[in-house]
Design a protein around this ligand. Structure first.
Ligand SMILES: [Zn+2]
Length: 749
């Protein structure tokens, strides 16, 4: 619980004149009633004014897809032409107020009487133009149509005629679908993509009025192909930086050619494809972001391997890092995701809604997706009302969901090449290494209620970085010399950095450096190879624990000389006056031997440096990942304290109140939208949401840019107005309760 004194210091230290407590809290609400977030009471902070509002955009010149607010898809099966009621299908999506529907052309099975060789007709098609009927029904109701293709698989007759189309194993044999062995996997470097896919696109353009083209199943998401066909055998080895460049070149070359074919029919048409994968995407997101007209975040639900509830929000942050206002939609599977997963059964409404909530909160358009129609329109109809109700609700508040720029003063460097190509340190080669690192920092940022964006490693130009007080580098192992220089320039300009473990120890080709590329900037130098854990991981010793004024990164650590270290560390050479030093790991079992043979060293566990307005913090261990693996409170506190220190406790937004929530704040056309996602739920890290566990009051403070006045603060889920207080530019209001999600929409004048 926060003490009254602490709360006053916390919620109302705004940098502006003192604000009367009674104007923020109702008389019946005593601040003592509001528990702190689990690991940290939100500390005193300095509220920083939001940036100047962007100029109004000209809606008339926006591409049509940028105005799309809702997307619908019944993913058609071979059987659907025999059983689906086309009018019921179209009526449902129209009633859900979707702007655009996906209709299957495919490439595996034609849903129209295709004449393209090897475009096999579905066995229930019987010469019918099912695709054309669906397009007409959608258009009649004012919905646009995406022509959905799937270039990833084809049948044996195509393989016999075109053996060069197949992905091959090392022994030269063709690769087949693991579920349907009659389907072979097509190679994206083969002429299948140059000849067959383009023939299907041109046939569709010649026959129908579609608005754009999309490929499912290609490019792969979060992984790189592994193929030994005649073409691929001449490429660099898969999984290497050189292969990744060749992969990106091929993807973007095909993408641009397909886009040109889409535009042969009409200028507003375009091509887009499967994207997603969050920070672990396969296609270089910097390059893709400059090309893409529609980011299709194929990120449909949680899995056992990646169970964190924020999977969709994280994807939205990755999109914001690269899209510069281009359109993104996140696909929500209303069907059952996971393994095993029932492709044709609804998931819980609570889980479906949370994925929609995260989609909206992170600035993407919600997209409802179910597979197969069957029996008119459908055997399982439970998902339909869930999505329809949700979409109808969003349609009442569209203006507040169109995000213009994020309110955030912390940038987390994504390190896409590290995510995709770095195998983990030599001490811990695990496939999940960087995902765990990402989730650890994400969790800590949420618990500390920091406002943050993702920043792509290839977008470190000063113009992009100037909005951030600090950049965080969670084991961004691969950084080029140029990227290191960009980070040095950022620091010279007054920016702060926090980095950990093997950050900058490799260049963009994954070639190890003798010492950290950012070593001189942080004042750190490598003393040896990474050290892992054999039993007890290393500990961090608090130097001068009795000091009258302990360093801020030690806030809250009392009655101990030791803190948790991390599972792995890169040993550093001694520095002057270290705050934390390494107690090397030792035996964990038997307990008789569980004591440190060496209890004090000069090896720093953390190195801190101040240069003018900049603060630099280097964590020697993989602290973020070890926090994710263990949940250790020392690590959470150390990460939070260090972020507070490097940001000088500056915040652009404060949300104080109980519970584990994720916060987004966007500038919108009417004003601002503060999104609160309630993750205080037994199923936040396992399975699906089954319940909603409401949270109590959340106190929001933000300092508006000069002269802004507030007309209204409205809760979009509760659909009612809120009282607010605005004094000397500081806007404060209290959201009295949060179910699974709430949005406080601020209208400024
Ligand atoms: Zn190949």
């Amino acid at each position: 619980m926060l003490s009254r004194r602490k709360f006053l210091k916390t919620g109302l230290t705004t940098g502006a004149a003192a604000i009367p407590l009674a104007s923020v809290l109702g008389a019946a609400q005593q601040p003592e009633q509001h528990a702190a977030t689990p690991a940290s009471s939100i500390p005193a902070y300095q509220l920083i004014a939001l940036p100047a509002r962007l100029a109004k955009s000209d809606a008339a010149t926006e591409p049509w897809q940028n105005r799309v607010r809702r997307v619908g898809q019944t993913n058609m099966t071979e059987h659907d032409p025999a059983v689906m009621n086309v009018n019921e299908w179209a009526d449902y999506w129209h009633s859900s107020k979707v702007d655009v529907v996906f209709v299957s052309v495919t490439g595996i099975l034609a849903f129209y009487p295709s004449k393209v060789p090897f475009h096999r007709h579905g066995k229930f098609l019987n010469g019918r133009d099912f695709f054309g009927e669906c397009v007409a029904a959608a258009k009649k109701r004012g919905m646009r149509v995406v022509a959905r293709m799937s270039p990833d698989l084809n049948w044996g007759d195509a393989l016999a005629a075109h053996p060069e189309w197949a992905m091959r194993l090392g022994d030269g044999s063709a690769q087949f679908s693991t579920e349907e062995p009659r389907l072979f996997k097509t190679c994206m470097f083969s002429t299948y993509m140059d000849d067959y896919v383009t023939a299907v696109m041109r046939e569709i353009n010649s026959l129908y009025d579609v608005d754009c083209f999309y490929t499912n199943g290609w490019p792969p998401i979060g992984m790189l192909p592994d193929c030994y066909c005649a073409v691929c055998s001449k490429l660099p080895a898969t999984g290497t930086p050189a292969y990744w460049r060749a992969f990106n070149d091929r993807v973007l070359d095909l993408w641009k050619r397909y886009d040109a074919i889409a535009k042969e029919k009409k200028a507003g048409s375009f091509f887009f494809a499967n994207s997603g994968g969050g920070v672990h995407a396969s296609v270089n997101l910097d390059r893709l972001g400059k090309t893409i007209a529609w980011f299709q975040a194929d990120n449909q639900g949680r899995s056992y391997e990646d169970p964190a509830v924020w999977g969709c929000s994280l994807q939205g942050r990755a999109c914001s890092a690269v899209l510069d206002g281009r359109f993104a939609a996140n696909v929500t599977a209303a069907y059952s995701t996971g393994t095993p997963g029932w492709r044709n059964l609804s998931k819980t409404p609570e889980e479906t809604r949370m994925w929609f909530n995260e989609t909206l909160a992170s600035g993407m358009a919600p997209y409802n997706h179910f597979v197969g129609a069957e029996k008119g329109f459908c055997e399982d109809r439970r998902w339909q009302k869930v999505g329809e109700d949700y979409f109808q609700w969003t349609a009442r508040h569209d203006a507040h969901f169109a995000a213009r720029q994020s309110v955030a003063n912390i940038g987390v460097v994504m390190g896409q090449s590290t995510q995709l190509l770095y195998p983990g340190p030599a001490t811990a080669r695990v496939r999940t290494y960087m995902r765990e690192t990402t989730d650890g920092l994400y969790d800590a940022l949420l618990r500390g209620r920091f406002a943050f964006d993702y920043v792509h490693e290839d977008r470190l130009e000063p113009e992009r970085l100037k909005k951030y007080r600090a950049l965080l580098l969670p084991n961004i192992a691969m950084l080029s010399d140029r990227q290191c220089e960009q980070l040095r320039a950022y620091v010279r300009g007054g920016g702060s950095l926090m980095a950990s473990f093997e950050t900058s120890l490799y260049d963009e080709n994954l070639s190890p450096r003798a010492d950290f590329g950012l070593g001189s900037l942080f004042g750190v130098s490598r003393a040896g190879n990474a050290v892992g854990t054999n039993g007890n991981p290393y500990y961090a010793r608090i130097e001068a624990p009795q000091a009258a004024h302990p360093h801020q990164i030690l806030d809250g650590f009392r009655d101990t000389n030791w803190l948790a270290g991390a599972q792995n560390r890169v040993p550093l050479k001694p520095v002057a006056d270290p705050v934390l030093t390494v107690v090397p790991g030792f035996v964990r079992y038997p307990p008789e031997l569980a004591y440190p043979p060496v209890s004090q060293t000069s090896e720093p566990a953390v190195v801190l440096r101040e240069e003018g307005a900049s603060r630099l913090a280097w964590l020697a261990g993989d602290v973020e990942r070890t926090y994710w693996l263990t949940g250790h409170g020392d690590l959470l506190r150390l990460i939070e304290n260090t972020i507070r220190w490097v940001t000088r406790d500056e915040r652009m937004l404060s949300v104080a109140g109980p519970g584990f929530i994720e916060v987004f704040c966007w500038e919108t056309a009417p004003g601002y939208a503060v999104h609160l996602l309630n993750y205080s739920n037994a199923n936040a890290f396992h399975g699906w949401m089954q319940t909603v566990e409401p949270l109590g009051p959340q106190h929001v403070s933000m300092k508006l840019p000069g002269g802004a006045r507030v007309r209204q603060v409205e809760l979009l889920r509760a659909e009612r107005d809120l009282p607010f207080h605005l004094e000397e530019g500081v806007l404060q209001f209290t959201v009295p309760a949060v179910g699974d999600y709430e949005v406080a929409a601020v209208t400024v004048v």
